[in-house]
Design a protein. Sequence first.
Length: 238
Amino acid sequence: MDDTRIDEFADGMYRISTWTDPPGMVFNQILIDADEPLLFHLGHRGAFDTVSAAVTRVVPLDKLRWLSFGHYEADECGSMNRWLAAAPRSEVTHGLTGVLVSLGDTADRAPRALADGEVLDLGGRRVRWIETPHVPHGWDAGLMYEEVTGTLLAGDLFTQMGPSDPVSSDADVLDRAVAAEDLLGATALTPRTAPTIRALADLEPNRLALMHGPVYEGDGGELLRALADDYEARLTDA
C-alpha cells in the first residue's frame, strides 16, 4: 500500500484515501469531525497504521466515538477490532442485520444496532442509517446520509478502477463506474437493485462520498438515477 492522504471536502468532513495496486483502486474512509466524531469505512487490517495516523491529524483517537461501514467485508471492517482497541470511547454501529449476523459475535465490544432510517446525532452533524440489502452486495448492506451537508456516504456504489482526484464534479464518475462493473461484476442484480438506488436518489444529495473513487459534488440524485437505469438494463439483459 502506498501513502495515505487526507483531504477536507466540506467543513469537518474528510476523505482519507489509500492507493493500492493491485487491485489498482483507491480505498477511502470518511471522517466526520463533530462533537462525537464518526469514521465510516474502517479499512483493511493491514492499513490500520497509516489510516489511523491520518485520522490523528484531525481527531485524537481517544476522542473517536463511532465506527461504521457499509457491509461486512475485509476492506470495510477488517481493522474493526484494532480501532476498538486504539479508541477506547468508540463503538461500532451498523444496521440490525449486520449486528445480528456478524458484528454481535466478531466485534470486541458490543455494537450499537441502528434501525432503518434512524438518525445518530453526532453534535453538529446528523447521520441517518439507510438499509440497502444486497445493494451493491451483502445482505447486511447499508449506507449513511449526513443531513447537514447533504452528503451520501455511498460505500461501494460507483466503484471505479484507477486513481482519482479527491473531489470531482465530472459526470465521467458514472462512465468509470459502468466500466468497473463490466470488469468486476461486483453488484448483486435483483429486482430490488434499481429501486433501492432510486430511493437513495430521492434524498437529492449534493455530494456522494465514494469508497473507491472521488467525492462527487453536483446533482447526486441525477447521477444515482442514471446508475439505477444502468443496473435495470443489466438485469433485463440477464
